[in-house]
Design a protein around this ligand. Structure first.
Ligand code: UD1
Ligand code: UDP
Length: 399
């Protein structure tokens, strides 16, 4: 849906360095590839003659099922560049990405760089672009956990404070930015020193709406797992605070094993968790997992498979930001395996609860949602047209 024609074009004032507007989109981790699909789709459908998108994949995620599968399935254009940085410590990984992104920005000279969320790929894009004065568009701006031990919290604060256009998915995001001093009443032209904040809804909601029926038609994961028609729990675990701390990882798996006594559990396993289970999970639990057929531990699934699982699950347990939201989009209760969340509205509605990595709290939450499944899911993530809104606003900027 085209919201409105770009103002500058109506007035004949548009003087772009490039015509069409050129954007460089940086992606790298699984959720960013998925989010970028919504923007690329909207460009293709509505703005193909007005916006030229150059896609840079940092290579932060590289396994076929963490990267390529999404390009194929969600029809995302092939990246123009792949930096192939792979896995490394935060400093090394971010430095390699920053260097590669800087080179590309100097060569491409885009009107904007588009960054998503809060990963090291986001941080690298922000640092590279800000230093050479490429305006940053930050999608999923303003989210805060208020926990700076989380690497993502550092990444999102830096990126927000280097950005020119900030698109926040929720009211909580907007309020966080206000509190950090972002003015809400400034007029353009917008710059890093005169940034503009928009509340636009969640771009992931665009995708879930777009792909829900397609997933139903194209995927067979539930029958392949042999759980068709059964109530099941969908779980994901990948946060470093859970995988890297044995006592937390063991508490979560202890709860999962108890729940699996009653209900099948599907656990598509992130490669970080897969590696750390071997060292950080007690052998007693490793044995139980091998002997508990009700726990289906599988490799990461495709996005269509994931939303099919979310749609049919009875309940979701996760430490993922994206999966928390998707549970809500599909009206499912969610047990959040963290002490806090950036998506506070979900908890406020009662559709999700924070159980941390605490076995007792997880079991109580599971019982609570079994007895009282939530029924009210107010529209807190917009109207499913965040991508068009963002592109429309970008096109209206005076450069
Ligand atoms: C990253 C993001 C996190 C996001 C998550 C989404 C940062 C700091 N963290 O966490 O915010 O929620 O992605 O999934 O950017 N690995 C593979 N194959 C891959 C990718 C990773 O085996 O394709 C393994 C490697 O052992 C690697 C580990 O997973 O060291 C962690 O990967 P990394 O990208 O550093 O962080 P994530 O935990 O994936
Ligand atoms: N996802 C997926 N396959 C999986 C697990 C997750 O396609 O096996 C999708 C999920 O539907 C959501 C996104 O990946 O769209 C969430 O990414 P992740 O949990 O890796 O990161 P986070 O959102 O926590 O940053």
């Amino acid at each position: 849906m085209l919201l409105q024609l770009p103002r500058k074009r109506e007035n004949g004032l548009l003087i772009h360095k490039f015509n069409p507007m050129k954007i460089v989109t940086v992606i790298g981790a699984r959720p960013q590839i998925i989010k970028a699909a919504a923007l690329s789709r909207a460009i293709k459908s509505h703005y193909s003659s007005e916006i030229h998108e150059v896609i840079v994949h940092t290579g932060q995620h590289y396994d076929e099922n963490m990267s390529q599968v999404f390009f194929d399935e969600l029809q995302i254009p092939r990246p123009d560049y792949n930096l192939h940085v792979g896995s490394a410590s935060h400093g090394v990984q971010t430095a390699r990405m920053t260097e590669g992104i800087e080179d590309i920005l100097i060569k491409e000279r885009p009107d904007f760089i588009v960054l998503y969320g809060d990963t090291n790929s986001t941080l690298a894009g922000a640092v590279a672009a800000a230093k050479i004065h490429v305006p940053i568009v930050h999608i999923e701006a303003g989210l805060r956990s208020f926990n700076k031990a989380m690497p993502e919290e550092i990444n999102r604060i830096v990126c927000d404070h280097c950005s020119t256009l900030l698109f926040t998915p929720t009211k909580a995001g907007l309020e966080n930015l206000k509190r950090e001093g972002f003015p809400m009443d400034k007029v353009g032209p917008y710059t890093i020193d005169n940034p503009k904040v928009y509340h636009c809804g969640d771009i992931m909601y665009d995708n879930s709406l777009h792909f829900a029926e397609i997933a139903e038609a194209k995927t067979h994961i539930i029958s392949e797992l042999g759980i068709q028609g059964q109530s099941f729990v969908l779980a994901t675990i990948h946060r470093d605070s859970n995988t890297d701390q044995p006592e937390r990882l063991n508490a979560i798996f202890s709860a999962l094993i108890r729940i699996a006594d009653k209900t099948p559990i599907v656990l598509p396993l992130h490669p970080r968790t897969n590696k750390l289970l071997k060292t950080n999970l007690k052998s007693e639990f490793q044995n139980k997992l091998s002997n508990t057929p009700n726990i289906h531990i599988i490799p990461p699934v495709s996005f269509l498979e994931m939303i099919a699982l979310e749609r049919h699950a009875q309940l979701v347990m996760t430490d993922s930001g994206g999966v928390q939201k998707e549970a809500y989009f599909f009206r499912k209760p969610c047990i959040i395996l963290r002490p806090e969340t950036e998506w506070v509205e979900i908890v406020e509605t009662g559709a999700a609860c924070l159980a941390d990595a605490d076995e007792c709290r997880i079991m109580k939450a599971w019982q609570h949602f079994k007895d009282n499944p939530p029924t009210v899911f107010p529209e807190i993530f917009g109207d499913g047209h965040a991508a068009e809104f963002i592109l429309n606003e970008m096109l209206q900027q005076e450069m």
